[in-house]
Ligand binder design. Sequence first.
Ligand code: PBG
Length: 342
Amino acid sequence: MESGLEKSGGGEMSGFPIVRMRRLRENAALRNMLTEVTLEPRHLILPVFVCPGEGISEPIPSMPGVCRWSADRAPEVIEPAVDAGVTAFLFFGLPTYKDADGTGAFAPDQPVQRALRFLRGKYPDIVLIADTCMCEYTSHGHCGHLTDDGRVDNDATLELLSKAALSQAESGAHFVAPSDMMDGRVGAIRSALDGAGMSSVGVISYAAKLASAFYGPFRDAAGSAPSFGDRKSYQLPPANPREIIRDALMDADEGADMLIVKPAVPCLDIAVRLRAGTDLPLVGYVVSGEYMMLRSAISSGALDGERALLEYHIAVKRSGCDLVITYCATELARLLRETAGR
Ligand code: PBG
């Protein structure tokens, strides 16, 4: 970015009263033309929870406004989003069974695989992303294979994750999104995909995923809370920014196509630092706890819903994220269209 030219703004002519910043904000047209950061429907990714069975649309108690859908009814959540301009979807599944190694994560008849097959055929113009993790599929709720003494075995888990990613890719995912936080998973998944002739399927890694309290409502929604202990031995420590950046950039080195930062607003500083450290597309994930903070404050009347949603998500873009995963995607996309140019 060094141009060799000094930017103007220094020196004695730079201050008040010569400079009056408010000249730039005098009327709406001026403010509109000078808008630096934009959020558009095409920047939004909507998470979708898919469940077994048929004809099901089941409201999620911990996340008012969000439902679990059986694959056949997924169009009811996809189509309104597409109509509003949202073109990408992130799938989570509630399996029909759980076991110690989460083998449902790579069973072709499970909800995510079924939904991907169905939707890939039905909507050729949308982007399908599958969350790749074991916690929804394991009986113990941890994100991988457990050793006899109850620790998550990193390298054994890489094999399970690779199988899950392959199964999702075979079912029609354009991208797999590993959210487990094992070391080496991006490289392992990349070579599994390439080895199976699926080099066009990409990896969007949860690169900076903190061990966060803000996933609480999601764990109820997906039935994925750990039955003992916590995820601190694999998810990242919120107080360690240097460690977070090192861990995230390793995913870039292993061949990730995009990096996710999560939770979004509690990690804005991390997004700023990653933006400076990589040219990969960055994705901020406004997680279930952030969704519920907004929802609760809006429904109690404490916040103006439209303004709060716009400002919150713009902050994620402003930090350097190109895309935003949010449960509000459809609502926000509609709002963005209504308020365009306002
Ligand atoms: C799976 C996964 C989680 C989320 C995304 N993928 C839960 C977790 O790590 O416990 C959280 C998403 C949200 O809170 O909206 N590992």
